[in-house]
Design a protein around this ligand. Sequence first.
Ligand code: C2O
Ligand code: CU
Length: 511
Amino acid sequence: MNNKMHTEGVVIHWHGIRQCHRLELATGFLATPKTGKHEEDFIFEQEKLKFGTPWADGTASISQCAVNPGETFVYKFVADKPGTYFYHGHFGMQRAAGLYGSLIVLDSPEQPEPFRHQYDDGGELPMMLLSDWWHQNVYAQAAGLDGKDRHFEWIGEPQTILINGRGQFECTLGPARKSFEKLLNENVETCVDDQKMCSDQEKCLRRSECGPYCPRSQCAPVVFNVEQGKTYRLRIASTTSLSLLNVKIQGHKMTVVEADGNHVEPFVVDDIDIYSGESYSVLLKADQKPASYWISVGVRGRHPKTVPALAILSYGNGNAAPPPLQLPAGEPPVTPAWNDTQRSKAFTYSIRARKDTNRPPPAAADRQIVLLNTQNLMDGRYRWSINNNANMLREEVSETHPWHLHGHDFWVLGYGDGRYDPAAHAAGLNAADPPLRNTAVVFPHGWTALRFVANNTGAWAFHCHIEPHLHMGMGVVFVEGEDRMHELDVPKDAMACGLVARTAATPLTPA
Ligand code: C2O
Ligand code: CU
């Protein structure tokens, strides 16, 4: 990666990649039990630990220094596990500023994912990467959150939800759709660029070929082309700065088969909740009559002030180029009410490890860490803190936080209300088929119990994936194997920062 920005540093985090060379390292079977069904994995192999690449995790000030303007840093890691991931900036609020993209690790023909036979050849749809967008730039956002001169300013709700970087704002196709005339007029008035890009403005205006937008416009919904009768795999991931989202496809059900690069016991849903930091694969059968269908992506968990994002599922004839796009008939589906927390919980609780590939966690933990997350007013500034005994946030304003762990997957053992109390809650945890994930939500006024095996030498961030929350301090770092760091094979230019690196006695790779 070469930083071509003139005024700021940058790092890239490979979200979901555990930075280890061996599968066993991360699935957690090296450390504890001596017997059991995966005995070979339990064997502690010192050699393997040398091959981790924690220095390539791309977290500024945790795994490396930010790469300065003009400098180059080479990330090198093994994509050890097939699945749906993404990458993003991890310095300042660069992710919210739009520095992200999808990252798919394909399975191999010799070791196909267990649900591979359930979708058609060629049935891999483009990945749907969700994000949200503010017109205010992130420097202003950060300054507001920092509470400079004690003027705390919350970022507010996004102006647009984006699907693969596209969304509707002025030229809106929001669910409260206006009459076509109005829509057309708005397009004409506000999407000046669209007109330029559209090859035939007249056609666009008449909506004969282009629909009420020009197909190449930034306002045009993303289109997923399918063929009737086939089954598809759709990967969905969310790297939103703030929004908790729900994805619903008009007239179609989805079967959830993967979460964060791990197999889940398949279950069928009408719509899917997705929190920032999470990823899913769903199987989608094109079993409706050939036509176009809306895909709505609406806000959950916060009082929405942003219209749902729209995409289109379009049935074609398979062999030829996609047909001229027809707008779907009817209104886009309405995603569940933002404050229906019970529904969100029901969805989250139904995610279980896939039966035939399930590898349950070690039965007991060697160490228990309780993190209590509160918002505090400190010297006139709002800060999130962990295990701070100071004043807690008022009860009625608790919200949902998706916590993401670097360098690992963890088992999600259970959820509950109130404070976690080992005496009361430990016995009720799911030791049998907890899903492996790298992101898990903590529901309002609730607790979430996770387990992971600390077998990956490195410094790993564990934080709320809501960008402004992270900026305000909602996170910790787990340092693992501190005494073994010297065993790692760390490239020299990962060891020092900017000027220090350039002036250090050891010659470093030139930029
Ligand atoms: Cu995708 Cu530390 O985050
Ligand atoms: Cu949060």
